[in-house]
Design a protein around this ligand. Structure first.
Ligand code: ADP
Length: 330
């Protein structure tokens, strides 16, 4: 179900609840007023019967039954009316919610397409620029100054390419129609991603420890790889020399549980609720400076987890470390 479909259903539910509340309130008032009137009429009739020449007990009983039948009839009619109101509010609400949300859905789709298209368009010139500079650098007649400049340009191009890839990933992982679910062995993927990061970790004198129990989930392989890669990359990036990163997978009754813990810089308390937002980075003076990034990794990670109907949470202590926990339904 897309987020717009669930928003449409939620909006319809609100229409129904509001209509039901109004209908029931009015019905209670109507019921009270009408039964009061009926009661009044029957009391008068009963009194007339009593002072009449023949005070028949049977007639009084009959009157009482009639009174109960009349109030029951009022109740049943109000019940039918309310059911009709709720049913029509549901149908009209669903239709109206669709009308209200359609322009928003189109706008978001347009935005997503724009980000996707723009990133695509930027990819080709960046690749060309990169290969041209690489060819230039291979030439023997390049002066040291020109070489230094070209190398610095290459670094900038790499950053732009990373940004473009992140933007493409963000636009891709906003819609479950764009991913393919299959049965995945999570511990195997975690092992593979941990090994991939081992070289960079070793370079920074950081140890990656694995504690992987086999877990099978239904998920999209590429995006799950990217999710683990983002979390492991951060755990290494924001760690200290000699630090440790632990990746673990295990299974509970309903979920697969992935934990990525590090002994790094930690995240200040006031930043914890913001780190999953796009382009949000913790103030470098309070975390670790000179760490490259655009603040998009965790928002991509969150989109991926949400596409899998899972949950991602974080616990962190300054200068002690951070633990990211991902729950994915099995
Ligand atoms: P990026 O790493 O590109 O800045 P992210 O979205 O991956 O962007 O992370 C957002 C911010 O959260 C980072 O700038 C960093 O300050 C903080 N952060 C993320 N993971 C960790 C971690 N494991 N330890 C400490 N800080 C972290």
């Amino acid at each position: 179900m897309t987020s717009f479909q669930s928003a449409r259903i939620r909006l319809t539910a609100w229409y129904v609840v509001i209509s039901a509340l109004i209908g029931i309130t009015f019905s209670i008032v109507i019921y009270e007023v009408v039964t009061q009137e009926i009661r009044q009429g029957f009391i008068v009739a009963e009194q007339r019967l009593r002072i009449g020449p023949i005070a028949s007990q049977r007639a009084q009983l009959f009157l009482h039954e009639e009174y109960q039948a009349a109030t029951k009839a009022v109740f049943v009619r109000l019940l039918i009316m309310n059911s009709a109101i709720i049913a029509s509010a549901g149908i009209a609400g669903y239709f109206l919610a669709g009308k209200v949300l359609l322009p928003l859905e189109e706008m978001v789709d347009d935005q997503k397409r724009f980000i996707g298209d723009a990133s695509h368009e930027l990819r080709t010139p960046l690749t060309t620029l990169r290969s041209e500079i690489e060819v230039f650098l291979r030439s023997k007649r390049v002066s040291p100054k020109a070489k230094e400049l070209a190398e610095s340009n290459l670094e900038e191009i790499q950053k732009m390419q990373d940004l473009v890839s992140s933007l493409l990933a963000l636009s891709k992982y906003t819609d479950s129609r764009d991913i393919q679910f299959e049965s995945l062995n999570l511990s195997k993927i975690a092992e593979e991603i941990a090994d991939k990061h081992a070289i960079e970790a070793k370079r920074q004198k950081i140890k990656i420890e694995k504690n992987l129990e086999p877990v099978i989930v239904s998920g999209d392989k590429t995006s799950i790889r990217q999710l683990l890669s983002i979390l492991l990359d951060n755990a290494v990036k924001y760690n200290n020399q000699g630090g440790v990163v632990t990746i673990s997978t295990k299974s509970s009754r309903r979920n697969a549980i992935i934990k990525i813990a590090d002994t790094g810089t930690g995240i200040p308390k006031e930043d914890l609720s913001h780190i999953f937002k796009r382009f949000y980075r913790v103030d470098p003076s309070r975390s670790k400076d000179s760490v490259e990034g655009y603040g998009l990794g965790l928002s991509i990670a969150k989109s991926i987890v949400e596409l899998h109907k899972g949950e991602i949470s974080v616990v962190s202590k300054i200068q002690k470390g951070t633990v990211f926990t991902v729950l994915l339904p099995k």
